[in-house]
Design a protein around this ligand. Sequence first.
Ligand SMILES: [Zn+2]
Ligand SMILES: [Zn+2]
Length: 352
Amino acid sequence: MYKTKAYAAASATSPLTATTIPRREPTERDVQIEILFCGICHSDLHSVRNEWSEFLPTTYPIVPGHEIVGRVAKVGSAVTQFKPGDLAAVGCLVDSDGTCLHCKAGLEQFCPNLTLTFNSPDKHLGGVTYGGYSAIMVVDERFVLRVPSNLALAGAAPLLCAGITTYSPMRHWVVTRGKKVGVVGLGGLGHMAVKFAHALGAHVVVFTTSPSKKEDALRLGADEVVVSRHTDEMRKHAGSFDFILDAVSGEHDINAYVNLLGRDGNITLVGAPAKPLGVSAFALIMARRSLSGSNIGGIAETQEMLDFCGAHNITADVEVIPIQKVNEAYDRLLKSEVKYRFSIDMASLKSE
Ligand SMILES: [Zn+2]
Ligand SMILES: [Zn+2]
């Protein structure tokens, strides 16, 4: 065990500040990664402030961060897929049992014994896992991803959560050329969804509450933009969508979107409003529509997503910040004042 630099919060009301945390010496199956960039995901903020205390209470100190890209520093003797100097990425998971039905299906994100990248019991050192707001991390090779060399690394980091969260449901619900796809909400998740749906060849319609986002949505790959408050505009699209990705985490009228689905159309939630949604059963029944949810993706699919991004040159639109600005970035995230993801340049941690 050794110490490495990190940014941590000591309580739900404390800012993130510089500290040191323990990391393990790589075991034979481990990859030690020098972290270069870490994206800021909304769940970092929820966890730091213990806002998910009912189902994922936070253990302090917490080091968040699960959108990680870096360079391999050291590998264990049994590691075969990575060598020092390689680019590497880590997402929301760092371990799972490997034996349950979900793991066997390549869907480690549903494993009952998974280890999350931060705030999850640490099997090696005890305590909890510490995430990517740190200089170094050590991860089992099975949970380390390869990064296509053509991708800009700052923008590649958010692919590890925002990217796979939006890519996976589109693959599951078979978004392809000729399909009409809606994206509700143009934030960190939504802007990735637009890029993926466009690259998959779909006709992409963005729904937004702010007319000011129209130009940006078109630039990102949307074919049409609908201001969701304009009932007439919404009505024009009734019954016409194959798939809608709902990335809104605030309260909103889900039925307005269910009614836009065609027969057998699906709407998938990736945003998580705190209050239950009032869904019209009639709207679902009358056209065999379905409503579902989705949670990140398995390791194999995450690699597929990264390779897809390499082939289509897709990264997140990021604002790069030094770690010293992370608390300010959280405040701006709450006001949606970022286009569309913060990416922390971890070289800034060296000056702490
Ligand atoms: Zn995330
Ligand atoms: Zn499992």
